[in-house]
Design a protein around this ligand. Sequence first.
Ligand code: ZN
Length: 329
Amino acid sequence: MTHEQQVKDSTRGRTGRLGHLGRAALAAAEAGLAVFPLHPGSKYPALHGQRDCDGTGVCAGGHLGWEQRATRDPRQITAWWSQRPWNLGIATGRSGLVVIDLDDGHGETAPEPWTGARNGREVLTRLAQEAGQPGPWATYQVATPTGGQHLYFRAPEGSALRNTAGALGWRIDTRAHGGFIVGATSRRDVGTYQAVNRAAIAPLPAWLAQALTPPEREPVTGPVATVRPRGAAEKYVEAIVRDETEAMAAAAPGTRHAARLKAARTLGQLVAGRSPLDHMTARARLLGAAEAHIGVQDTSREEVERDVDDGLAYGAQMPRDIDTDGGAR
Ligand SMILES: [Zn+2]
């Protein structure tokens, strides 16, 4: 049994009373957003991954991941959220959204040219001023439990924008096609995602749309379209896992925190995308490789686990598909 507590696809399951989260999911869908369940208390998708797919039900014609299965259908939403108080996942691309994800700096020093900025919001403010489009941004916003903000915008018509990580500036990520965001009302052990206002979702400002689509900029994530023979995906993923964990284990003291985050983020992308790697395996391999870091220069087990979990969660927001043969399930 992996950590993937699979969500039943059947609407015949027991129908409990919808809690806050279920009602939030219905409200989001009514507002036009495509939603899906995340594990309670987490930001991990709860729908089964390709590795656990048995090829029945919704996957009878081939595995469908969270991005395909995100829905506005109240019957499906009621069925899902009657089972458990899932956190609320919003598939940004499917919802026609571009969400600007502003992180707190957590006391770290911003690099050039963002010197002096304390968080992503201040960086965005500078960008807006440079563009002659100062805020405030009158749009729907959610405060995250770790001091960040999500600014929701409507993607331009026919937009192909995808996720970006740091492309706009320090501590600014964006979520669009290929990504999701944790919706308001969701809970984690550190706190709750809370709507800051009741404003309508505004169109993405033109200067931001432009900044996100320079012709030379490659999308940060995208499906790997390479067709590989059966079994090759496993070998390919294993090679990535081996390379990443070995590099992390061998990182010099002083660079190990960053090395753990990087390896976990890379594996988190594979876990969230269509690939043979599941969360429990990825986490176990990372923690195993990081074992040698514990006790060196006051590095605690808790710190190592936090890095691994943070990295996996971050990577999960930029899923990477390793497509196989298109047939085997
Ligand atoms: Zn499936």
